[in-house]
Design a protein around this ligand. Structure first.
Ligand code: ZN
Length: 123
């Protein structure tokens, strides 16, 4: 079975599961992959990308939602990067015997923690 067929059968399985659990197929399709969107309770989502779709009634609202989403993505990426850097710095401290260097690294870690806290406060 080719990869594409495998993907498709996975998708159809997902759809039948959705229909069995009371989800309904919508007339609109996913802007990313073009498959029909599904609705369950109050949530509209794409069964293929597993993303939730949000309806915006105005152009401005659509822009706002898009900005909010791309911001939270950036935020998550930044959190990942900074957490990785903290691990790196902690290892640096572990291997360093130079007091001024350790102090400098500790200051950096303190700054990273502050940024992480600020990021969390934004949401
Ligand atoms: Zn999709």
């Amino acid at each position: 079975m080719s990869n594409k067929n495998f993907e498709e059968s996975k998708y159809f399985k997902e759809i039948s599961k959705l229909l069995l659990t009371g989800a309904t197929m919508m007339a609109e399709s996913c802007p990313d992959c073009n498959v029909p969107l599904f609705k369950k309770k109050d949530k509209i989502f794409c069964p293929k990308c597993k993303k939730q779709a949000i309806y915006a009634s105005t152009e401005n609202e659509a822009k706002e939602i898009e900005q909010k989403y791309s911001f939270s993505e950036t935020q998550a990426t930044l959190q990942d990067i900074l957490t990785g850097k903290m691990n790196f710095l902690a290892q640096k401290i572990a291997s360093s015997e130079d007091i001024p260097e350790i102090r400098e690294i500790l200051n950096l870690i303190k700054e990273i923690i502050e940024v992480l806290q600020n990021l969390r406060n934004l949401t």
